[in-house]
Write a protein that binds this ligand. Structure first.
Ligand SMILES: [Zn+2]
Length: 478
């Protein structure tokens, strides 16, 4: 009980400060002041990352340095209708017997609880070598804190424990890299032709995080909608006025919508949609059975895309394969390479299409970038190659992973699941700066993160802190 209350006390301090990604100045200043007051040596770097050093406890000065790492920003979302200003309002905590939750909003246990554990351990861990807490900014949007972190803070340490995972009994030892690809084209419009105007939407899909769910074979709303429009255009002209959908490059799109004019009779359109739905269900029905195609008459738009631009967009969407490209040849049932068609947006007469490949094999990301340029040329889009995030390659000889798994089993009487994941972690950037750094990623059990239902399983806090404490003790005695 003592450990849990101690960690939650730290967590409360963080929950009181608004800390949306990109808006971390206040929480970063708080951490700087708070940790300085506790007597630690603190650096706040130019992007507001916090690096706090604690000396070894007496007798362990010669031990290798260990870094505890988490991120201070959080995803701020609220229930529909709940009044919440993420730049001003603190998170209101609700504690029940089993869970810690927030009233109406996301909780920010991702990754506030990881940071709270770090603060607690810096103050209370008994036997340890030199210890460093690194708290980064902006993990959730693009890992810019980890990207800008000076390599020197990673190069004088031997071990790093990242505290940003989601299950207390899982030990992550590797993660995938990724590359941001965007296809862009300035659109040309013409006056709307004769015909009836419709909105066609695809919905009812499961969607999900592309790093975690791409292997499930779920449907992609954007591609599905492109196939529907292509099927319709075989019956007559579809004059496209709008096409958009998807929430983020790393989320499988669960909805998409198009607006078009056509002279194809409505009954015929409905028949085609029914046939297309059967085709969809034959491919994806086992995992995504609740798909819905909704056709509604709408007010006629004033202008539509010129036929060539509409065709270019559909061609691009139909050619961008989305889903799994390759499974790992080393680790059973792990996706090695995938890509997600995440977002189509039309703004200021420019269409942008976000495509997000991930791979455990770095060279394959370069292949994607090269292919994107060729595809862009062929279809008439500019291909923009954005940030390439490095993967974190599993180290089979990791001393830390072995030690943590052993300690967990001793303390909890069951083995820890050791895994490499297909999602990305800040560890990828750390690995790029110091490939010798022996790393693991762990986390208190949290559920429904990035949603207003986010909650933390209280019973997993103490075992996690004990695990880290004991690992620090063993490292000190190495
Ligand atoms: Zn996180």
């Amino acid at each position: 009980m003592e450990i849990l209350d101690g960690v939650l006390e730290e967590f409360q301090k963080l929950a009181a400060i608004p800390r949306k990604s990109g808006e971390e100045k206040r929480v970063s200043d708080f951490l700087k002041t708070y940790l300085t007051e506790q007597g630690f040596h603190v650096v706040q770097d130019e992007v507001n990352n916090i690096i706090a050093d604690a000396p070894a406890t007496p007798g362990f000065e010669q031990a290798p340095r260990t870094i505890l790492q988490g991120h201070m920003d959080m995803v701020c979302v609220a229930e529909d209708g709940y009044a919440y200003d993420p730049l001003r309002d603190p998170i209101k905590l609700v504690r029940s017997e089993k869970y810690l939750e927030a009233e109406g909003t996301s909780l920010g246990a991702d990754d506030g609880i990881g940071v709270a554990e770090g603060l607690y351990l810096l103050k209370h861990a008994k036997d340890h070598g030199p210890l460093r807490l690194i708290v980064t900014v902006d993990e959730e949007r693009g890992m810019t804190g980890a990207i800008h972190l000076a390599p020197k803070y990673l190069q004088d340490a031997k071990f790093l424990i990242n505290c940003d995972s989601e299950n207390y009994d899982e030990l992550t030892v590797g993660s995938a890299g990724s590359v941001d690809l965007t296809f862009r084209r300035a659109l040309k419009y013409e006056a709307a032709p004769e015909g009836k105007a419709y909105r066609l939407s695809v919905g009812g899909l499961l969607g999900g995080h592309s790093g975690e769910r791409i292997g499930d074979g779920r449907g992609n709303a954007l591609r599905t909608l492109a196939f529907l429009l292509q099927a319709l255009s075989r019956q007559g002209r579809i004059a496209l006025a709008d096409f958009h959908g998807g929430k983020a490059h790393n989320a499988i799109p669960d909805t998409a919508e198009a607006c078009f004019l056509t002279q194809i009779p409505q009954e015929e359109i409905s028949q085609i949609l029914t046939a297309e739905k059967e085709k969809f269900l034959a491919i994806y029905g086992a995992v995504d059975p609740s798909v819905e195609f909704v056709l509604q008459e709408t007010e006629a738009p004033e202008r539509v895309l010129i036929p060539g631009d509409a065709q270019r967009l559909l061609r691009l969407l139909l050619l961008l394969h989305t889903g799994v490209f390759a499974m790992s040849t080393v680790i059973p049932s792990l996706v090695e390479t995938s890509a997600n068609l995440g977002v189509v947006r039309m703004e200021d007469d420019v269409v942008s299409v976000e495509y997000f490949p991930r791979s455990a094999v770095d060279g394959k990301l370069d292949e994607f970038a090269a292919e994107a340029r060729i595809l862009g040329d062929l279809v008439g889009f500019e291909a923009v190659v954005g940030t390439k995030s490095p993967g974190w390659k599993e180290n089979k000889k990791s001393v830390l992973a072995k030690m943590m798994a052993e300690v967990f089993e001793e303390q909890n009487g069951k083995p820890m699941k050791v895994e490499t994941i297909h999602a990305g972690l800040e560890c990828g950037w750390h690995f790029g700066k110091n490939p010798q750094l022996d790393m693991v990623s762990i986390g208190v059990t949290t559920q429904d993160i990035h949603s207003p239902n986010e909650r933390l399983v209280l019973a997993t806090v103490e075992p996690q802190v004990r695990l880290i404490e004991e690992a620090l003790r063993r490292i000190a005695k190495l």
